[in-house]
Design a binder for this molecule. Structure first.
Ligand SMILES: Cc1ncc(COP(=O)(O)O)c(C=O)c1O
Length: 388
């Protein structure tokens, strides 16, 4: 389906209907956003009930949903504090400001990010993003960011200058092509940041929120890895699935650094409204109650095996499958060999070489259907894609 020419009118769970009533299977979940699918009754109920009580107050006041949501995020990550924003880019901006504050008195300001990373579309977001295409036409780019090769610890060590104050990475690069960090890289970066007095940030906007089968991707990457249980970054940005389609962003900061951005140093009018927080709380409740983390892990494993099988069968089109859980990618030999099936929504190719699947909570029959759609897309340079 062509994202720019189709008008989507309605959605149910993981299916879209366009204005002509045609049905589409959603492979992208709004680019890793709609973690409970579309039109989920629990989200509707949370929105309705909370809107009858309190939609917005200024951030001069605490609200119960915001306090409860912060406690839930801290419980899932570790001791620290949360700041609420409206989007992923805004959450990352908060972490960049935290780093600047941390290094300010020593004249340190520079943040290292990875080549192929994606951190948002604000001026600092595009400066932080390790892809030239997002910067083009917006020069001069904001100073204070340099890019290093992903999963290369030695390159990170060499890149550190006297001005460096932080390193930010995604646990699984999303827009860069579904590339997970290795356990050695995560543990090595933690040790390096400790040694050099740098903050370690993880952008969990896309790969967080149980998409990999654990709340944060590093928890999945490091499970059963010796020393992994002690790993914690110093800051984590979140958005996308946090609100399941209702706009909310957040960043968590580890306890020793949590008060660096005190009152008056950072704020947001709409960040963390009672309405947004009530939705985010409900989503966490549904995920926990219905064990959707396990579901993403199991179904994701099944689908990845299927994609690996496709890679073997169509090795002239697909090099390999990548990722975990509901964050999967197919590394293509050549972009032009991947034609989209007409009845699936199109998550954009993450980069020119990777087809991505970031669904919501599928059932097995839907996963079967999606693997079939992938097969048809892959083989479509020989056979045209058919309707579902
Ligand atoms: C890893 C990552 N960080 C940040 C962002 C920016 O989030 P938003 O579009 O909510 O500003 C994105 C968006 O795709 C993302 O994938």
């Amino acid at each position: 389906m062509d994202a720019l020419t189709s008008s989507l009118a309605m959605a149910r769970v993981i299916t879209f209907f366009d204005v002509a009533g045609k049905r589409y299977l959603d492979l992208g979940a709004g680019i890793a956003v709609c973690c409970l699918g579309h039109a989920h009754p629990a989200i509707t109920e949370a929105l309705t009930e909370q809107s009858k009580k309190l939609i917005h107050v200024s951030n001069l006041y605490f609200t119960e949903p915001q306090g409860r949501l912060a406690a839930e995020l801290v419980r899932r990550i570790g001791p620290g504090k949360c700041f609420f924003a409206n989007s992923g880019a805004e959450a990352n901006e908060g972490l960049f400001k935290l780093a600047r504050k941390f290094g300010h008195d020593e004249g340190r300001f520079e943040i290292l990010t990875a080549i192929n990373s994606f951190h948002g579309r604000t001026m600092a977001g595009i400066a932080a993003t390790g892809q030239d295409k997002v910067k083009k036409g917006f020069e001069p780019i904001m100073p204070g960011f340099r890019h290093i090769p992903f999963n290369d610890l030695e390159a990170a060590r060499k890149a550190i200058s006297p001005a460096t104050v932080a390193i930010m990475i995604e646990g699984v690069q999303g827009e860069g092509g579904v590339t997970p960090a290795t356990p050695e890289y995560l543990l090595g970066l933690r040790a390096l940041c400790n040694e050099k007095k740098l903050l370690l940030f993880m952008d969990g906007v896309q790969c967080g929120h149980y998409r990999t089968g654990k709340f944060q991707s590093f928890q999945r990457i490091l499970e059963n890895v010796p020393g992994g249980e002690k790993f914690l970054p110093d800051g984590i940005s979140m958005a996308k699935s946090l609100g399941g389609g209702f706009p909310i962003g957040a960043f968590w900061v580890r306890a020793p650094f949590a008060d660096l951005l005190g009152p008056g140093t950072h704020a947001s009018t709409f960040g963390g409204t009672p309405l947004a927080c009530a939705v985010a709380l409900k989503i966490l409740e549904v995920i926990e109650h219905e064990r959707l983390d396990e579901h993403a892990r199991k179904l994701g494993e099944w689908l990845k095996n299927e994609l690996e099988r496709l890679a073997k069968t169509y090795s002239q089109v697909v090099k390999r499958a990548r990722g975990f859980g509901f964050m999967l990618g197919m590394e293509l030999v050549e972009k032009k060999k991947f034609r989209r099936s007409h009845r699936v929504t199109r998550p954009p190719l993450c980069n020119s070489q990777t087809g991505c699947i970031k669904p919501a909570c599928w059932s097995f029959p839907q996963a079967h259907k999606s693997s079939d759609c992938c097969r048809r897309s892959i083989s479509s340079h020989r056979k045209p894609a058919k309707a579902l």
